[in-house]
Design a protein around this ligand. Structure first.
Ligand SMILES: [Zn+2]
Length: 162
C-alpha cells in the first residue's frame, strides 16, 4: 500500500503514474515526433542516438499539451512578480530543464500572461510544485499548494508584492 503512505506526506502527495490517464505502453524505441524524446526499456530518455528512434508516436506529455490536459497549474501574482517578469520566467524555464532531465515527461505546456498574473500550465503535478518551491527558495513570498481530492491536479499559488 505504498500509495496510502505517500498520501500522508503532504509534500510528496503526487500522482502515481497509474492514475495518469495518458499513461500507456509503447513499443521499445518509440520516439516523439513533437519533442524527440525516446522510449527505451520502458523509460523516456531526453536524448538518444538515432538508431534508437524507430517507431514514431506522440508522447504522453505532448498529447496532454495538444489536448490541454494539465495536471499542474501555477499562478504567480504580485507587483514583485510583474516587475521581474523576465528573471522569473528564466527561473521557471531552468526548473523545467532540471525536471525534464529527471523525468522527460515533465513539460510546460503554456505560459499565459495578463495584467495581474502569470499562469504556467504543466503536464504533471510535480513540475508545478517544483517551480513553486524554486520560486519560494529564490525570492521567498507566499507559496500555497492545493491538491484536488483525487490528487491528480495540483494548483500552486505564489505571490510576492514588495
Ligand atoms: Zn513529446
Amino acid at each position: 500500500m505504498r500509495r496510502e503512505k505517500i498520501k500522508m506526506l503532504s509534500y510528496l502527495k503526487f500522482t502515481e503514474d497509474s492514475d495518469d490517464p495518458y499513461r500507456c505502453e509503447y513499443p521499445n524505441n518509440s520516439y516523439c515526433t513533437e519533442c524527440d524524446i525516446v522510449y527505451i526499456d520502458k523509460n523516456w530518455k531526453l536524448k538518444a542516438d538515432n538508431e534508437f528512434k524507430k517507431n514514431p508516436i506522440v508522447c504522453p506529455a505532448c498529447k496532454k499539451i495538444k489536448e490541454e490536459y494539465y495536471e499542474g497549474i501555477l499562478y504567480l501574482k504580485g507587483n514583485f512578480v510583474l516587475g521581474r517578469k523576465d528573471e522569473i520566467l528564466n527561473l521557471i524555464r531552468n526548473e523545467e530543464k532540471k525536471q525534464r532531465a529527471r523525468t522527460a515527461l515533465s513539460k510546460i505546456g503554456k505560459i499565459v500572461e495578463n495584467a495581474e498574473e502569470i499562469v504556467v500550465y504543466t503536464t504533471n503535478d510535480r513540475l508545478a510544485y517544483r517551480i513553486g518551491k524554486a520560486l519560494f527558495k529564490a525570492y521567498k513570498g507566499e507559496l500555497t499548494i492545493r491538491w484536488s481530492d483525487d490528487n491528480i491536479f495540483t494548483r500552486v499559488y505564489w505571490e510576492r508584492n514588495d
